[in-house]
Design a protein around this ligand. Structure first.
Ligand SMILES: Nc1ncnc2c1ncn2[C@@H]1O[C@H](COP(=O)(O)OP(=O)(O)OP(=O)(O)O)[C@@H](O)[C@H]1O
Ligand SMILES: [Mg+2]
Length: 507
């Protein structure tokens, strides 16, 4: 396995105010699975965007040698033609198009000048088989779950005769079994001669699949570790990533002072008329003051829909049941009313409803609580700057300035901005939906520390998470949601991963 398929030598790339990559060297051997890890903002996505021609030759310094030849890409098409396919952190499929249209979009199969749809569908079916995805190629992509969409992206790459497949955090939004399937597929592709580069913050996954791992930190190559030499170990990876030892993933905390029930949901049933189905049935749960309550469950179990239905119901579901705050019955017609009443919701999807990507960091942080920084209806920009700088420091948001557009931040740092935005609202009930998705180990620790501090001050947190260790590490009480129902409730001291999984899957 000593044949490099790719050598990126002395790559340096600057953005205004940031040197994202500084003399980075990265070598990938033929037919290996090479993982690329590092903290949020370390430069992983940027390096892969250089490789795929998103940032063309001339936009960076250094050289790329692929398949034995020096490469000069002017755009993504050039890298595709050379056999490089990249699957981005945020998926790039067209939701309104069918599966087969998406797979062959951009390289349609033609018979003369017209597209040969029969042949396209047949070839799409073959590609779906290769990625072991059992869906009808004529369904629209928007009707499929994220795990399946991810596999379609890979099918699309395979349809183009790929030699090097790059996946940028493919499993960050996938549930356990979809993630597992994806890893199995990568191993399978490796047997068929496909080399992969995988970017991931899930170190367990990295350890289970990598032949070699390269660690980036602050735009520098730190080291490349070889799994076959026993060098790929969790504590070693963490140390190289963050530059210091971290022994505890969850911060120590004082015993929590939990007060009276402050928020309660009774017989809550939610009907989604856009799909003509009851998606949540007879949900009962409560949260006490100063408590972290988790909603555990599989993806698709209805937890996000529950949060949305409580938080002003932006999707216009038809709701039955009651909601109480301080024993007072409440109901919201719009998220704004929920915010006013003291609720806040950090969504799982920062691209959709979390952030306004074209606005800058400070505007996003203060967005949901403009009143707090306004004098007589006019935003006081000094105060806005002060607030934003405070959160930038306390959450370690990596950005050259708070005037940077959120669009230009790395994925994990966008997530931190979204957390900051809702912390600034200083709500009584904070709903966190997958709060650490795509966030590096060091920053996770920071977010957990902040959560502990908030509940110490009397805030209550409802956390939706698909990471069982995170649920067990952070919550006081756990509700398990399964197929739109509450399948069980337990305190964290009674809980275990097995008990939760059993209720989450067998209800
Ligand atoms: N288009 C851009 N304009 C300005 N700065 C950028 C741009 N893209 C990335 N950066 C900056 O370059 C650095 C590296 O970002 P990159 O997205 O490569 O990080 P990453 O390692 O992929 O992080 P994450 O794990 O959060 O996805 C960051 O400081 C980021 O803010
Ligand atoms: Mg990235």
């Amino acid at each position: 396995m000593n044949n490099p398929i790719l050598e990126m030598n002395h790559i340096t790339k600057e953005f205004p105010g940031v040197r994202a990559l500084d003399d980075v060297c990265f070598t990938v051997q033929e037919k290996e699975i090479h993982c690329l890890v590092g903290e949020n903002g370390a430069g992983k996505s940027t390096l892969m965007k250089i490789l795929s021609g998103v940032y063309p030759h001339g936009d960076y310094s250094g050289e790329i040698i692929f398949d034995g030849e020096q490469q000069i890409y002017a755009n993504i098409r050039d890298s595709k033609n050379a056999g490089i396919a990249i699957i981005y952190q945020e998926l790039a499929l067209v939701p309104e198009l069918t599966v087969y249209e998406n797979i062959f979009l951009g390289h349609e199969i033609k018979n003369g000048f017209v597209i040969d749809w029969n042949e396209t569908i047949q070839r799409a079916t073959e590609m779906l088989k290769k990625v072991k995805l059992d869906v009808n190629p004529t369904v629209k992509v928007k009707d499929l779950g994220l795990g399946k969409q991810q596999l379609i992206e890979i099918a699309k790459a395979l349809s183009m005769d790929v030699k090097l497949l790059i996946l940028d955090e493919p499993t960050s939004a996938l549930n356990e079994s979809d993630s597992e399937n994806l890893l199995i597929l990568l191993r399978d592709l490796k047997k068929h001669g496909v080399t992969s580069v995988l970017i991931s913050h899930k170190l367990k996954e990295v350890i289970s699949i990598a032949d070699r791992v390269t660690v980036l930190r602050d735009g520098h190559t730190i080291c490349t570790l070889d799994a076959h030499q026993g060098e790929v170990l969790e504590n070693v990876l963490i140390k190289h990533m963050v530059g210091r030892e971290i022994n505890n993933i969850y911060p120590d905390r004082a015993p929590r002072q939990i007060g009276e029930t402050i928020f309660e949901v009774k017989d809550w049933t939610v009907y989604d008329s856009s799909i003509g189905r009851t998606i949540l049935q007879d949900i009962n749960f409560n949260v006490r003051e100063g408590e972290i309550v988790s909603l555990a469950g599989l993806m698709g179990s209805g937890r996000t829909e529950l949060a949305l239905s409580l938080f002003g119901n932006p999707k216009n579901y038809i709701l039955h049941g009651d909601m109480f705050l301080d024993d007072k019955k409440i109901g919201f017609k719009h998220p704004e009313q929920a915010i006013k009443a003291g609720l806040a919701y950090v969504t799982e999807d920062r691209k959709g409803n979390g952030l306004i990507l074209i606005q800058d960091v400070k505007q996003n942080i203060t967005l949901a609580n403009l009143r707090a920084i306004a004098d007589g209806g006019v935003v006081n920009s000094n105060e806005e700057v002060m607030v934003a700088n405070e959160y930038r420091d306390s959450l370690g948001i990596k950005t050259p300035s708070i005037e940077q557009r959120v669009l230009n931040l790395s994925g994990g740092n966008q997530q931190k901005v979204s957390v900051a935005k809702w912390l600034f609202v200083n709500p009584r009930i904070l709903i966190l939906d997958e709060p650490t998705r795509g966030i590096d180990v060091g920053a996770k620790y920071e977010i957990y520390t902040i959560m502990n501090r908030l509940v110490e001050q009397g805030m209550s947190i409802i956390m939706i998470s698909s990471e069982l260790p995170e649920i067990l590490g952070m919550s006081d009480r756990i509700y398990i949601v399964s197929s739109g129902k509450i399948a069980g409730e337990m305190t964290t001291s009674e809980a275990s991963q097995e008990k939760i999984m059993q209720l989450a899957t067998n209800y």
